[in-house]
Design a protein around this ligand. Structure first.
Ligand code: ADP
Length: 545
């Protein structure tokens, strides 16, 4: 027997309509290309998004078409975020930090019909125009008429000004209803191995994810929250915040392109931001700025960190020096992206000092809706004892079932689980801790060593700014850990002293056999240390010895 409840679909437009009707005056604030502050409201944003649908229709955009964006976090980008899926098209966010060849590949693979591009990326556009001309018909610069740049497009491609298109369109449009399983957005993983792969979100997965991240034990979003996502809207939907903010009527503050410590601190304080989200590198930059300038964070109470493991220093320094809680979330493009968040249960709520920091290093427990387990190489589930580590697999309504262009279900195992490629432990309370990406695990004499655990110790050393531990081939043990460290500005690193700082913190056989001091480490387009490149360069370090 079916229930007798109304069956309104979970559509992205319903989130926006809710914000416009019930939080009409709540603000969307953004930093513009010219470094000025632009203010609008959720009701105005909804109205302009309808105009944008009308403008896109004039460009020939239809349901199911891919609408590409190359843009920072800003209001116009947000309008595309809502207009494209709202009309049944697909918002395809592209990471501009990728290599131009990869960007060209992604645009062609997605067969984007139109690109919405921030002024910062007009040179990039010139570089890829020839490669993408078979699919992209129209390029819309996200600016006003007076700011239109000179862009060398390929013959047949048309250049437009966003504000002019919107001014010429009306807002006479009703958001249509359709199947909630319709595709809404597309995002490619940064392809640290092989070509980038597309993850195709649906309205249903996006709305459910937005509800989940808004919950109290995750972002705890309210109509009184003022949230600033530093995480770019081109990187996994800015962790779902553009949707979750509208869902809750929160004020959304978009930082534009200046993401350095000084710019962020200033924007946080002038816009009375209460909560922010981003990767550890951003928070280390902010911390450095606060310490050197003496500036304070006046209103920020919580920071969500994710994308790579947060070093203990980050958690301690923000808590002890600035009264800000740095909280760990974990996820990936294939998970929309948030899968776990570290909020205490009763047993952890009384922790303080070192024990609290140790616990906060864990990536957290699953958001309701997601299930997870760790398995061994025979796909047998491992115990939740906080010690056994194995491959982390997940399932749930906002987990991908296949990559774009592949058969539905092809990314899952026979029981419907998705292998994350991460290696983790889970403790008896269900708190998961990433020890490595599976391809980064160090296998020494048949036993596994966690590179993240070693990196956390290395970056706690006062002379070390950044550290990476990789597996280097070894004649006797197969692989042994090799530590690469970048000195802090003005400091010199004594490798022996760094090694001594490991004593008593991990088993003796976990200690790196060597330390190499380097000026910098290579990073991926999403700001993670590129361990593949490091392995290629240093894999045979111990063999050469
Ligand atoms: P890519 O970096 O390949 O584009 P994602 O941005 O989707 O892919 O990154 C997902 C990966 O980032 C996860 O599989 C995990 O390895 C890592 N990651 C994400 N959050 C955390 C975290 N809080 N701690 C450690 N690693 C994390």
């Amino acid at each position: 027997m079916l229930g007798l409840m109304q069956s309104h679909g979970l559509l992205i437009s319903t989130i926006l309509k809710h914000a416009a009707r019930h939080h009409a005056t709540a603000e969307v604030v953004s930093r513009t290309h010219e470094n000025t502050t632009h203010r609008t409201t959720w009701s105005e944003l909804e109205r302009r998004s309808r105009r944008l649908v009308r403008a896109m229709a004039k460009l020939g955009i239809k349901e199911g078409d891919r609408v590409g964006t190359l843009a920072w976090n800003g209001t116009r980008h947000l309008e595309v975020y809502y207009a494209a899926p709202g009309m049944g098209a697909i918002c395809h966010t592209i990471n501009p930090r990728l290599h131009p060849d990869d960007i060209g590949y992604i645009v062609n693979h997605a067969q984007d019909k139109v690109l919405f591009v921030d002024l910062s990326f007009s040179p990039l556009l010139g570089m890829i125009a020839d490669t993408i001309k078979d699919h992209v018909r129209d390029v819309v610069m996200l600016c006003d008429a007076g700011s239109m740049p000179e862009v060398a497009l390929a013959p047949g491609m048309r250049l437009h000004c966003y504000d002019t298109l919107l001014n010429d369109a009306d807002d006479d449009y009703d958001w249509p209803a359709f199947d909630e399983n319709t595709a809404s957005a597309l995002c490619y993983t940064s392809g640290t191995t092989g070509r980038p792969k597309g993850v195709l979100y649906s309205h249903r997965s996006t709305v459910l994810h937005a509800y989940a991240v808004a919950l109290p034990d995750v972002l705890d979003l309210r109509a009184t929250s003022r949230i600033l996502p530093v995480v770019p809207m081109f990187h996994v939907n800015a962790w779902g915040i553009p949707y979750a903010a509208a869902l809750t009527g929160a004020t959304l503050v978009l930082p534009g392109r200046h993401l350095d410590g000084a710019s962020l601190a200033a924007f946080f304080n002038t816009e009375r931001v209460t909560l922010s989200c981003g990767v550890p590198t951003v928070w280390l930059g902010l911390l450095q700025h606060l310490r050197s300038s003496g500036e304070r964070l006046e209103t920020v109470k919580r920071i969500m960190t994710g994308g790579s493991a947060a070093p203990p220093l980050l958690i301690d320094a923000f808590r002890d020096e600035y009264g800000v809680a740095v909280e760990h979330g974990w996820g990936m493009t294939e998970l929309s992206p948030v899968g776990t968040y570290n909020a205490p249960k009763v047993a952890q709520s009384g922790l303080s000092g070192e024990a609290a920091t140790r616990h906060m290093l864990k990536q957290g427990r699953v958001l309701s809706g997601i299930d997870m387990k760790i398995v061994d190489s025979d796909n047998k589930e491992l115990p939740w004892d906080g010690r056994a580590f194995g491959d982390l697999t997940v399932r749930g309504p906002w987990v991908a079932s296949a990559y774009y262009g592949d058969e539905p279900g092809s990314a899952l195992d026979a029981d419907g689980w998705f292998a994350t490629g991460d290696v983790a432990t889970i403790d008896p309370e269900g708190f998961m801790e990433i020890t490595d990406r599976s391809k980064d695990v160090i296998k020494s004499g048949g036993e596994w060593i966690s590179s993240i655990a070693l990196e956390n110790i290395a970056v706690s050393h006062p002379d070390v700014a950044e550290a990476a531990v990789i597996a280097a081939r070894h004649a006797k043990w197969d692989e042994r850990p090799l530590l690469l460290v970048v000195p802090r500005p003005g400091r010199t690193i004594d490798p022996d002293q760094v090694l001594r700082s490991f004593e008593g913190k991990v088993a003796k056989w976990w200690l790196p056999d060597a330390v190499i001091v380097v000026a910098e480490l290579p990073h991926t387009a999403t700001g993670k240390v590129q361990k593949l490149a490091l392995r290629e360069r240093y894999r045979d370090h111990y063999m050469e010895d």
